[in-house]
Design a protein around this ligand. Structure first.
Ligand code: AMP
Ligand code: ZN
Length: 153
């Protein structure tokens, strides 16, 4: 797991530290919010923790809580500024999920009636007790100690 607060090769670390320009809309002591330079729709913003953590599962809970607490305020401001009809709030985690910048971040994407964005995702179905077994597996994993704590022993 990546626990380093900064990665010298990371574009978002460079933006957070003011070494690469960005169109900022908000800064807090633990996060920076700026426009995505290649937006899904105009007004698409990224909420980025100041510390470098690659994936969502690497984030300390208290940092995730702070960044998450900004989402409603940011979504309201994007809605007010763009006149959007709705929004998608998304975290991509891992290449397979479409993450291209390995510094965990939240996307807030304004959505407009009849915009060209390809959504929703396709859905699948559980067979038999698969849903119960899957829930049990995840619940068991939640009871296990986090990796970082286990490594401290
Ligand atoms: P993800 O694919 O979830 O990792 O999202 C990364 C996002 O960062 C993409 O939507 C990019 O358009 C955006 N991005 C990459 N470089 C920059 C940059 N220098 N300034 C603003 N947004 C960027
Ligand atoms: Zn970074």
């Amino acid at each position: 797991m990546s626990r380093a607060p900064r990665d010298p090769d990371c574009i978002f670390c460079k933006i957070v530290h003011g070494e690469v320009p960005s169109a900022r809309v908000l800064e807090t002591d633990r996060a920076v919010v700026f426009l995505d330079v290649n937006p899904v729709n105009k007004g698409h913003v990224l909420i980025v923790p100041r510390e470098h953590h690659a994936r969502v599962l690497d984030l300390p809970d208290d940092l995730a809580a702070h960044v998450g607490s900004l989402v409603p305020r940011i979504a309201r401001a994007v809605h007010a500024a763009t006149g959007s009809d709705g929004s998608n709030v998304v975290i991509n985690s891992g290449r397979v999920a479409g993450q291209t910048v390995d510094h965990c971040h939240w996307h807030v994407i304004p959505r407009f009636l009849n915009d060209p964005v390809d959504w929703p995702w396709p859905h699948t179905a559980y067979v038999g007790d698969e849903i119960g077994r899957t829930a049990a597996q995840i619940a068991r994993a939640l009871d296990e100690r986090p990796q970082a704590e286990a490594e401290d022993d």
